[in-house]
Design a protein around this ligand. Structure first.
Ligand code: C2O
Ligand code: CU
Ligand code: CU
Length: 481
């Protein structure tokens, strides 16, 4: 019996019963909770005006023809079915970065699914368990496909809406453009591969070099920052403002102001901030990225409307977000594993002043001609393929205490598929704010300790999200049985 009948008046009930005879028997009313959210995404060539309306057109690869791809807004706990149509001339897949889902839906070619051939489809189905800020991107020919524009925001909404005036997403992309607006070739050059990766020369916010961001005095904005760059690290400062970090990589943390007011966003990382707009009406405040020494630039500017403040005092609602249902690691019974990052050029770390050193200090991996990096002495190159031997195997349900040690002179945002990591310590000091991350940034020589419950069976990737580094060997696989 259809439970919706509870809400009908007596007369409505009678009419509905008549209706049952006519139609409900063949087409029962769908129950809201179980309805599948159906989506379609087309992957193919497109065009974008990245640098502004009066600048040359850039041929790109795009989801649904837009840069970035459409913002997928899903509901926590609601099943979604996303059909991906490949209109490229090469294989692709889609990886739902940070979503904890069944291994077969993870989008790694060869490892979790056959690649989607040109002209073919793949249907992804999952039920996002966690609310938060995620993103999607290809996991085939990743360096080129992400570098040509394939990336989109994926937002999973909380069951109860969060009290803010506006909920915004800034998907940040870094492009290496030639002067005619074309995307520069030379993907995967040995220099990019063994040093900082392909850092570009144009940074876009939601697909364009941003002009001002209009804001209103007194409003509270939830701003979802996502770095979809191939290689560019960012450290954002909101001048004149005090952003409060409320989530990292989609997972709520204890609300806190970042150290020195700088928000570190390495490739693939997301940070949700609450921004109370406490500037004066009509004022302007730069948003600066000063990650690389001597290469700071203004990403965009917060431009206040002249109108009077929306409210006299900041919104009187808690900024903290409800926690997601993550399994709590039990460190007293943990299995220990260690990942050691090796290789790359010696003595790097800076963007400038690294020239003229090609070949020096590069790891000789032997087996693989284009390997510049290794994990525990093994270089897995490319995007994933069938038959990758797992680095370690975990029994389903155990807590894994994972140590990641960076022996290289370079920064690496290490990303684990299928799980979120409880970050315990960095170089021996406890990491505060009870934070969980799927992408953990290791500075040169850093050691990170983290933990997770291996509750999801399958073969899972663990790799550096600087695409050049991944392609050149900074990748591994582990198995949960
Ligand atoms: Cu977003 Cu395997 O990566
Ligand atoms: Cu991922
Ligand atoms: Cu790396």
């Amino acid at each position: 019996m259809n439970t919706d009948f509870h809400f009908l008046s007596r007369r409505g009930f009678v009419l509905a019963m008549v209706g049952v005879a006519a139609s409900a028997a063949i087409r029962p009313a769908p129950s809201r909770a179980s309805a599948v959210d159906e989506r379609l995404i087309k992957v193919g060539p497109g065009q974008a005006r990245l640098a502004g309306p009066d600048r040359p057109i850039t041929p790109v690869w795009a989801y649904d023809g837009t840069i970035p791809g459409p913002t997928l807004r899903l509901r926590q706990g609601q099943q979604v079915r996303i059909t991906v149509e490949n209109g490229l001339d090469e294989d692709t897949t889609v990886h739902w970065h940070g979503i904890r889902l069944a291994n077969a839906m993870d989008g790694v070619p060869g490892l979790t699914q056959p690649p989607i051939k040109p002209g073919e489809n793949f249907v992804y189905e999952f039920t996002p368990p966690d609310a938060g800020t995620f993103w999607y991107h290809p996991h085939a020919d990743s360096l080129v496909q992400i570098g040509r524009g394939l990336a989109g925001p994926l937002i999973v909404e909380e069951a109860e809406p969060v009290a803010v005036d506006r909920d915004l997403v800034w998907l940040l992309q870094d492009w290496r453009l030639a002067s005619d607006g074309q995307i520069a070739g030379g993907f995967g050059s040995p220099m990019d591969a063994s040093m900082s990766g392909r850092v570009g020369n144009v940074v876009t916010v939601n697909g364009t070099v941003p002009a001002d961001q209009g804001v209103r005095a007194g409003e509270r904005v939830r701003l979802r920052l996502a770095n979809a760059s191939l290689a560019r690290m960012m450290a954002l400062r909101f001048e004149g403002h005090r952003p409060v970090v409320v989530a990292i990589d989609g997972q709520p943390c204890d609300p806190h102001e970042p150290e020195g007011g700088r928000l570190f966003l390495a490739p693939a990382m997301r940070i949700d901030i609450m921004l109370d707009m406490q500037g004066d009406p009509g004022s302007r405040h730069a948003v600066v990225d000063d990650f690389y020494d001597g290469l700071a630039y203004t990403l965009t500017t917060l431009a206040y409307e002249a109108s009077p403040p929306l409210r006299a005092h900041p919104l009187d609602a808690p900024v903290g977000l409800p926690r997601n249902p993550l399994p709590e690691p039990d460190l007293t019974k943990a299995v220990r594993q260690e990942i050691v990052l090796q290789g790359g050029m010696m003595g790097g770390g800076k963007l400038k002043g690294v020239g003229g050193m090609m070949g020096m200090g590069m790891m000789g991996m032997g087996m693989n001609g284009n390997a510049a990096w290794a994990i525990n002495g093994i270089s897995m190159t490319g995007d994933g393929h069938a038959g990758m031997a797992p680095q370690f195997t975990l029994k389903r349900g155990v807590t894994c205490h994972l140590t990641m040690r960076n022996e290289t002179a370079w920064w690496h945002p290490m990303h684990v598929h299928g799980f979120s990591l409880s970050v315990i310590s960095r170089n021996g000091s406890p990491v505060p704010h009870r934070q969980w991350q799927d992408t953990v940034l290791l500075a040169p020589k850093d050691t990170i300790e983290c933990a997770f419950v291996a509750d999801n069976p399958g073969d899972w990737m663990l790799h550096c999200h600087v695409a050049d580094h991944q392609m050149a060997g900074l990748m591994t696989v582990f198995r949960v049985t």
